[in-house]
Design a binder for this molecule. Structure first.
Ligand code: AMP
Length: 417
């Protein structure tokens, strides 16, 4: 029960109105600590309810702690940093929804949108600010926001922030923040870089690892079909059409592939749109909204564009191309099976990409069974020259010299494990 975690009546009633009956694991662990003013480092993926785990107790602190002091213009008491504008929008939306019964004023600033509108919003007064790092720095330099009264600082998806190269911006922002503050760090994955960052940011943190380390979402079935690269598109159309899947999120590695695939699927009669970093913010938002509303059946996205996508009823995620970064696989799969719902994540992998599965399996600590889809079996007789190959690694060169390379994929499988 949310009341047992120390949340007040107004917040609990709002949650009941949204149909939240039980706190999720990360909420149970984090809410009392955050209410207590502790620093927290939590390993929690998107889909675990992590946003509410920090937003709810911070709203409550804003309602109770020195609330009269927060009636300042442009001096937030809570700052939430996110790597992307989509995630910033999602967190902001949650802050507004969860804070509906409070008088906490939330504000959102991110790049790619009008500075003046954001400056005016900050001038209206802000208690809780959700921001992407670059735009926040711009606003600080313009004197539009002052971080000297921040009491709680949150890093959401800290691993992604580091992946996207925000460390310079983070260090600059830290200089503008008070030393004495509460700091919360949420990350889907923990690695050395995150631990290093946590040492500079957090003070005697409580470390919460609520999911099994780096696990994909619970309740998500993961399927891997080995298929020739040129058969991926027909197999994808077939899977969507024959199973009558609606609201399918498909991942590609590049913007070009996303556009190209969206065009091909549209020609197959599937209502498809692509979202990626080259599209204007307005276009991305319209397409995400249409996808959420069910007007678009298939959304093809690159990893960066898909960050922060929050769709309650998403059942199908397809990896059309495997990501180079194994952690992106976890983020992708985390788009389905959210908040305890069932989901299916299908990966289409060509023989050229098989090597990308290994680091994913290591990270998941799980073996992903590769299958052949009837009618789309890989053509094992195809000469290797016909298939695009990446340059051989040292390991492969050694395997080649030992005569171990070039065996059919099903034979190779044994050696990969
Ligand atoms: P998040 O991990 O913060 O992205 O949340 C994932 C989804 O779970 C969002 O759609 C939330 O609205 C939903 N959610 C969060 N907490 C709960 C809860 N205690 N009960 C039901 N749904 C929840």
């Amino acid at each position: 029960m949310f009341t047992e975690l120390g949340l007040n009546k107004a917040l609990v009633e709002t949650l009941a109105g949204r149909g939240y009956e039980q706190p999720t694991a990360v909420q149970q662990a984090a809410i009392p600590l955050v209410l207590d003013g502790r620093d927290v480092m939590a390993g929690a993926r998107t889909g675990t309810g992590k946003t509410a785990a920090f937003v709810l107790p911070l709203l409550q602190r804003l309602m109770t702690v020195k609330s009269s002091e927060h009636r300042n213009v442009n001096m937030p008491a809570v700052l939430i940093l996110t790597p992307t504008r989509e995630l910033a929008q999602q967190v902001f939306k949650s802050a507004q929804q969860y804070g509906a019964a409070t008088d906490v004023r939330s504000c959102l600033v991110y790049g790619g949108a009008s500075l003046n509108v954001q400056i005016a919003a900050l001038q209206d007064g802000v208690d809780l600010l959700v921001a992407t790092p670059g735009r926040l720095l711009d606003l600080i330099f313009k004197g539009a926001v002052d971080l000297s009264r921040v009491e709680s600082l949150v890093f959401d998806e800290a691993d992604r922030m580091l992946d996207m190269g925000f460390i310079g911006e983070i260090n600059q922002l830290l200089k503008k923040l008070p030393q004495q503050r509460q700091t919360l760090l949420f990350s889907a994955t923990f690695d050395d870089a995150i631990f290093k960052l946590s040492k500079t940011l957090l003070n005697d943190p409580e470390i919460l690892q609520v999911d099994t380390r780096n696990s994909a979402a619970e309740g998500v079935e993961q399927k891997v079909y080995e298929v020739d690269a040129d058969k991926k598109h027909p197999l994808l159309s077939y899977l969507i059409g024959s199973n009558n899947w609606q609201q399918v999120l498909v991942f590609t590695r590049t913007k070009q592939s996303a556009d190209f695939l969206a065009k091909e699927l549209t020609q197959d009669g599937l209502n498809t749109k692509a979202v990626h970093g080259d599209k204007s913010q307005g276009a991305r938002e319209r397409e995400l909204e249409a996808f959420r509303a069910g007007e678009i059946r298939v959304l093809v996205a690159t990893d960066v564009a898909a960050r922060g996508l929050d769709i309650d009823s998403l059942n199908y995620v397809i990896n059309y191309q495997l990501p180079y970064n194994a952690e992106d696989y976890i983020h992708r799969v985390g788009r389905t099976g959210r908040a305890g719902k069932e989901g299916l994540a299908v990966t289409l992998v060509s023989s050229e990409e098989l090597y990308l599965l290994e680091p994913i399996e290591t990270l998941l600590d799980e073996k992903l069974n590769q299958e052949w889809y009837p009618g789309f079996e890989p053509d094992l007789d195809k000469p290797a020259t016909e298939k695009k190959r990446r340059p051989m690694s040292k390991k492969e060169a050694r395997a080649e010299a030992l005569g171990l390379r070039g065996k059919p994929a099903n034979k190779r499988r044994g050696r990969r494990r």
